[in-house]
Ligand binder design. Structure first.
Ligand code: ZN
Length: 86
């Protein structure tokens, strides 16, 4: 295992194991694999997980960011118009 990323504070997210349907924190994943799916480790197979509460794909996240940006632009326009009116 590599040590890259160690010491970096990561946001704790919930993940769901696709094999046994258990839900736990992402940092508990290794312990979970050792405890419930040692055969996956032995066979060098990856245990599939589903991330809970995260957007289904990166395009969805980009779209949301774009919507927020457009909202900010609307607010600025409103203030500009308001200043011209007075
Ligand atoms: Zn599991």
């Amino acid at each position: 295992m590599s040590n890259i990323g160690r010491g970096i504070k990561r946001r704790r997210i919930k993940i769901k194991c696709m094999v046994c349907s258990r839900v736990f924190d992402n940092d508990y994943r290794i312990e979970h694999n050792n405890k419930y799916h040692p055969e996956y480790r032995k066979q060098n197979k990856l245990v599939p997980y589903e991330t809970l509460g995260a957007p289904k794909n990166p395009f969805e996240a980009a779209k949301r960011k774009q919507e927020r940006l457009e909202t900010n632009i609307e607010v600025i326009r409103y203030y500009n118009d308001d200043k011209i009116m007075q």
